[in-house]
Ligand binder design. Structure first.
Ligand code: NAD
Length: 339
């Protein structure tokens, strides 16, 4: 059986990636949509053959509870709206996937986890790089110490084009600027390559060069993660510069991805030669992996707790940048990434 997925929010990511990926999935398929725009409902209905009974608005969404064609709700809205829709989906008795960043506050992230737990439903965060072969190789090389212990990490993600959707520059809706949006991949890349959580962070905001655009959120940030054994991860993120890299220097060599975080075209090299790995449809793999967990009753490897951990780290990085001080991160949800 293929599980039915309903996408909530038909913006760029749903339209460009998730809708098409759901045509390639083996364990789930697109059966429903939730949108505030009648014209989008019409287009999606025609493109993907979605029956009227599976089309909802944000107002009628709760009626999804009685629809057996929908097993999983996938929330693809602006970041601050994730929490309410995840809670509503759980209350409607559906399993949930929520896009990254999971939430704009740790209180919201905890509320989402609690709601899914109370409903007995699984909650996963839409972390696609955990199922991507090159990024999985970084996890394996780093965590199994195949080049010896990792001593230094460099993780950079800057996106200059296409990230100026109004909600992304609005602090209340986005929670922040490039850090929670694209810098989150630097954070994760460092953690899953090292296989540990940092014990402290330091950070600074980049100077604002475009004063009209960046009135609420940061234009860019440089931050450092410090690990218990003295390893550091030097990270930077920006909406006004372009870079895309994850590199690990270990005791007996190095390994890196550049570009590291795209939907495709990821390339990897090590001090022993090129990584010979395929690029895959990350979104299809990610949704299939979750659908299999739901079908088999096994826990997802990308749970809400992992999303909460990253929201906590993002809060710590902002605090470090605001205060100019080193911020301890020992209180953070101790979840280590799994492949
Ligand atoms: P987008 O702006 O293209 O789409 C957002 C959708 O939300 C639109 O359809 C919009 O109509 C709808 N919406 C509903 N209420 C809204 C409101 N009050 N204000 C603004 N829009 C509202 O954004 P997107 O790029 O599709 O991003 C959506 C989510 O997906 C975000 O959480 C983002 O971080 C995430 N995302 C993840 C990836 C990934 O690689 N995993 C990539 C892109 C986006």
């Amino acid at each position: 059986k293929k599980l039915g997925i309903a996408l909530v929010g038909l913006g760029k990511y749903s339209e460009g990636q998730l809708g098409p990926a759901l045509q390639e999935t083996q364990y789930c398929r697109l059966t429903g949509i939730v949108t505030g725009t009648p014209n989008k409902a019409k287009t999606w209905k025609q493109t993907y053959n979605i029956p009227d009974k599976n089309i909802y608005t944000y107002q009628t969404f709760d009626q999804i509870a009685t629809n057996p064609a929908i097993d999983i709700v996938y929330v693809v809205l602006p970041n601050a709206l994730h929490a309410d829709f995840v809670v509503r989906a759980a209350k409607a008795g559906k399993h949930v996937i929520c896009e990254k960043p999971m939430a704009t506050t740790t209180a919201d992230a905890r509320r989402m986890i609690a709601a899914c737990k109370a409903a007995g439903k699984q909650l996963s965060v839409g972390y696609r790089l955990h199922v991507e072969p090159h990024n999985q190789n970084m996890m394996e090389l780093g965590q199994r110490q195949l080049f010896g212990p990792v001593r230094h990490l460099v993780a950079e993600n800057g996106q200059k084009e296409g990230y100026d959707t109004p909600w992304r520059l609005n602090k209340a809706l986005a929670g922040g600027g490039p850090l929670p949006d694209v810098g989150i991949y630097c954070l994760q890349g460092s953690l899953y390559t090292k296989g540990q959580l940092p014990v402290s962070v330091t950070a600074r905001f980049h100077p604002i060069t475009d004063r009209e655009k960046f009135t609420e959120v940061e234009e860019g940030m440089t931050f450092q993660l410090q690990f218990a054994d003295g390893t550091v991860a030097d990270c930077r993120t920006s909406y006004n510069d372009t870079y895309n890299k994850l590199r690990a220097e270990a005791a007996k060599g190095w390994f890196e991805l550049e570009p590291a975080y795209g939907y495709g075209g990821i390339r990897g090299k090590t001090s022993r030669g090129n990584m010979k790995l395929d690029n895959v449809n990350q979104q299809a793999r990610q949704m299939d992996a979750f659908a299999q967990c739901v079908l088999n009753g096994t826990p997802t490897t990308l749970p809400g707790e992992l999303g909460l951990r990253d929201v906590q780290l993002i809060e710590a990085i902002y605090e470090a940048a605001r205060t100019g001080k080193k911020v301890a991160t020992r209180h953070i949800q101790p979840v280590v990434d799994q492949q």
